[in-house]
Design a protein around this ligand. Structure first.
Ligand SMILES: Cc1cc2nc3c(=O)[nH]c(=O)nc-3n(C[C@H](O)[C@H](O)[C@H](O)COP(=O)(O)OP(=O)(O)OC[C@H]3O[C@@H](n4cnc5c(N)ncnc54)[C@H](O)[C@@H]3O)c2cc1C
Length: 442
């Protein structure tokens, strides 16, 4: 059996790549070990750049009725009051609508729905094939092809391809075979994450932070909400023993309207423990192989970027592989373009997600004050606001400079009133086709 490309892992990254390639007549095999999927919560927030890519693949229209549009993310810094509504100390908004593009919002969609839509679209193309359940075991170099050993049922098949892609998540075996080195770190907090019905008043993404607590609420379609609740590492077991009532109470403390909604969670089994991990890798590409998505980089979930990075990797790598096939050039020299475009962007987003996590990692009162000030100026200073939006949206990359740090604290005073950004100035910051696919013009 021989293919142009074998993709190990049928997650969102692997399927986006599979669809991109098979639409262009590239013989593609996707290998997925999990027969069912949907057993764990995963990324659900789609950033603007991902919406643009899904639109290009004709997956956005069918996604619209299955997703919920997010125009703004509200962050409330509060003081919790026993038996009373919390006192709001600071309220700041991040407004996606400021982006001068038709993709000027984010969308929340159940992860399995996104996967299912990608899968349905890909299956329409004769060059797309999926083996599920099947497991990648190892690979070998065979001159100008790679041989991958795939276990399906009791049999192990040897399959050759010009390129093997590792899209199998954090524990990638392709990455291991490529001898990629990994740098990992963990955080001083974990999260509980769960989906439940939402009160009608909860129509926008809302984050509540108190000195020692953090809750994120992200509306989903069908009057559901996906929530994340920060806990100290090691508390999970103890919390399970205490039953569900203290968890419900934690949500009521932030938002009394949650009564009658969060308590529809029936058992602890519905709540998933999420341990944030950040890892970076030494390289993404080797001779005849590459890694994408969580196999290449794992980020703290605070900025909602992991799944988006996988989709954006798949877009760049897919367009490159199409170009390589047209020329019948499959060398590392060509494949390197993918790493050149994606690695700096992924490392930047990884750093940004890490910074966002640090903002909520300390609970002292002075730190809370600094955080509130930074959040206030992030909303009020048009340049800081746009920079942050641009970066998390994936539509462009504009690094913080030395002057931005004092601006975050409101220095020099009056800056927010003096400066306005025009649409043209913003658009100039978007990635161009040349930035995304530079090999086409070189
Ligand atoms: C609880 C949680 C919440 C998250 N929230 C967000 C969010 O809001 N926004 C966001 O952008 N990201 C979020 N993420 C991160 C996001 O889910 C991941 O970054 C994203 O799923 C990565 O996609 P992927 O395709 O690279 O890998 P995965 O989704 O992990 O897919 C890998 C696939 O490979 C398969 N596989 C593994 N090994 C093999 C093998 N040997 N052979 C064959 N198949 C194999 C697996 O079964 C799996 O289906 C969250 C993650 C978690 C866990």
């Amino acid at each position: 059996m021989d293919y142009d490309v074998i993709i190990i892992g049928g997650g969102v990254g692997g399927l986006t790549l599979g669809l991109t390639l098979s639409r262009e007549g590239i013989r593609t095999l996707v290998v997925e070990k999990d027969p069912k999927g949907g057993l764990v919560y995963k990324g659900e927030l789609l950033q603007p750049k991902s919406l643009q890519i899904l639109d290009k693949l004709n997956v956005l229209d069918p996604l619209l009725p299955n997703s919920y549009q997010l125009d703004r993310i509200h962050t409330f810094e509060v003081e919790l009051k026993e038996g009373d509504r919390p006192q709001t100390l600071c309220h700041s908004r991040l407004n996606y609508n400021l982006l001068p593009t038709k993709y000027n919002h984010a969308r929340m969609a159940p992860h399995e729905k996104i996967r299912a839509l990608l899968m349905e679209s890909a299956e329409r193309y004769p060059h797309f094939e999926m083996w599920k359940p099947a497991v990648f075991e190892r690979m070998e170099d065979r001159g100008n092809v790679k041989a991958a050993y795939i276990k399906k049922g009791k049999e192990v098949f040897e399959i050759t391809a010009r390129v093997v892609i590792g899209a199998e998540g954090r524990l990638s075996k392709v990455r291991k075979a490529m001898e990629v080195s990994l740098h990992s770190m963990q955080y001083n907090h974990h999260f509980l994450t769960v989906t439940f019905p939402r009160p009608p008043s909860l129509t926008e993404a809302t984050i509540f932070a108190a000195r020692n607590h953090f809750v994120g609420l992200f509306p989903l379609p069908d009057q559901q909400v996906r929530s994340v609740y920060m806990i100290e590492p090691g508390r999970y077991k103890e919390m399970r023993k205490a039953g569900l009532e203290p968890v419900f109470q934690a949500y009521y403390d932030f938002m009394p309207e949650m009564k009658g909604y969060v308590d529809q969670i029936q058992k602890w089994k519905e709540i998933q423990l999420m341990i944030p991990i950040r890892h970076n890798t030494s390289h993404y590409v080797d001779n005849g192989s590459a890694i994408l998505g969580d196999a290449a980089h794992s980020v703290h979930p605070m900025a909602g970027e992991g799944m988006n990075m996988a989709i954006q990797d798949a877009d760049i790598l897919g367009e490159l592989l199409i170009w390589m096939k047209e020329r019948d050039q499959w060398g590392k020299e060509q494949l390197d373009w993918y790493e050149r475009v994606r690695k700096p962007r992924s490392e930047f987003i990884s750093g940004l997600s890490h910074q966002s996590a640090l903002v909520y990692s300390f609970s002292s009162r002075p730190w809370q004050k600094v955080r509130m000030r930074a959040l206030r100026y992030l909303e009020q200073d048009p340049r800081l606001h746009f920079k942050h939006l641009l970066n998390i949206s994936g539509m462009g990359m504009w690094k913080m400079n030395l002057l931005d740090w004092p601006r975050h604290m409101g220095f020099p005073p009056g800056q927010t009133k003096r400066y306005r950004m025009g649409e043209e100035e913003m658009e100039r910051r978007f990635f161009t086709e040349k930035d995304d696919y530079p090999w086409r013009t070189k």
